[in-house]
Design a protein around this ligand. Structure first.
Ligand SMILES: *Cc1c(COP(=O)(O)O)cnc(C)c1O
Length: 383
């Protein structure tokens, strides 16, 4: 029986040739390939500027540093996310304040913001979970009214679109102050590890570009092109969050595949939705009118009436050669967050972690494979 993995990146001869080109050029870290990748990425998401970094986590961390978030500040975000979202708030010494999410999108419930905002709140870290755009119109309106910065965790959301002011635009334009993307193999495009920050304020973006390389006043390219002896200085305590040129070259090839990969994901997700529609024991993900997901993941949630546990369903799928993952984790339930209990209960976040199941979805997946997974699920969870 052919096994169906939960995810699989698309990497081919083009990426291998690009890596070879960078290696043989002799310039292997943050050079011309990274610069070109940044330009092409910015164009893709309609952002004025982009700064490449070594991971999505580094992108979020640097963004918080550049926004001036620090000790004594509170950042409103979701617990229901990969732990990196909460961790970066801790890195800068601020306090993550968790709010619950909506059942059908897995995203921050804007109706809960009013209940947790305090005079110490500095920013909202808004996640587009699993590629599903969150309700930025309401989040931005709330942030505007309270003088808060909005940072978008778009780790999974490259290629997703959101409707604001009546028309659809790419996620990460950005609509908040900054947006952070990830190029981990589990995301939409991959460079191994890697990340990108998009923004529109030239000063802020220049500061991010320096912070990623120890706040050195001259980039290696600038020093190389100066044509004379110049000495750099280090203006603040920065980081080594550089992306390699080998990765930059691979990222450029991955970007070329993006339209086709997102189209394939959308076609397969639509097929899942049709195949599983109306199942009385399954809650399906829902694209709100303002959102066009890239379907980085497709998931189902077992309803309260379903007699089977998440584990039972996942094991039955595995017995049929179908890999799956549990719903998105909740950071507040991990030992690392034992000393930071949430201020309010997060029942929907916990429900999605305990009853959600992520099903296989990747660009090279075939329609018969989607049909096989949907049929297996209907056979296991009998209606
Ligand atoms: C993957 C992910 C991150 C972290 O990205 P890395 O590149 O793995 O560091 C952050 N937030 C979310 C929502 C993610 O899914």
């Amino acid at each position: 029986m052919e096994k169906i993995p939960v995810a699989r990146p698309v990497l081919g001869e083009e990426e291998a040739a690009a890596a070879r080109r960078a290696i043989l050029s002799g310039w292997v870290v943050q050079g011309p390939e990274v610069a070109a990748f940044e330009e092409e990425f910015a164009r893709t998401v309609h952002a004025p500027l982009a700064v490449a970094v070594s991971s999505g986590t580094a992108a979020l961390h640097l963004a918080l540093v550049a926004l001036g978030v620090g000790p004594g500040d509170e950042v409103i975000t979701v617990s229901h996310s990969f732990i990196a979202t909460a961790n970066v708030v801790c890195y800068v010494g601020a306090e993550p304040v968790f709010v619950d999410v909506e059942l059908e999108t897995g995203n921050l419930d804007p109706g809960r913001l009013e209940g947790v905002v305090t005079p110490r709140t500095r920013a909202i870290l808004a996640v587009h979970q699993l590629g599903m755009p969150c309700d930025l119109a309401r989040i931005l309106a709330f942030a505007g009214a309270h003088g808060l910065a909005v940072l978008e965790d778009a780790a999974c959301a490259l290629g997703s679109e959101i409707r604001l002011d009546g028309r659809f635009e790419p996620v990460g334009r950005p609509h908040g102050v900054l947006a952070a993307f990830s190029f981990h193999p589990r995301k939409i495009i991959t460079t191994g590890d890697g990340g990108m920050i998009t923004g529109s304020d030239p000063e802020l973006m220049a500061r991010l570009a320096q912070l990623r390389t120890h706040s050195m006043s001259l980039s290696t390219i600038e020093r190389d092109r100066a044509g004379q002896v110049v000495f750099e200085e280090y203006r603040e305590v920065g980081y080594n969050y550089r992306l390699s040129d080998i990765q930059g070259a691979v990222g450029r090839e991955q970007l070329k595949r993006l339209p086709e990969m997102v189209a394939a994901r959308r076609r397969l997700a639509a097929r899942y939705l049709t195949a599983l529609e109306g199942h009385p024991l399954l809650i399906l993900p829902r694209e709100p009118a303002y959102a066009r997901s890239n379907w980085q993941s497709f998931w189902v949630v077992l309803s309260a009436a379903c007699p089977l546990s998440q584990r039972q369903v996942m094991e039955a799928l595995a017995a049929r050669g179908i890999q799956s993952r549990r719903g998105v984790m909740c950071s507040h339930r991990e030992p690392a967050y034992r000393d930071r209990p949430p201020r309010e209960p997060l029942p929907v976040s916990e429900y999605l972690q305990d009853r959600g199941i992520i099903l296989p979805l990747y660009p090279a997946m075939t329609e018969p494979q989607v049909d096989r997974v949907a049929a297996a699920l209907r056979e296991i969870v009998k209606d």
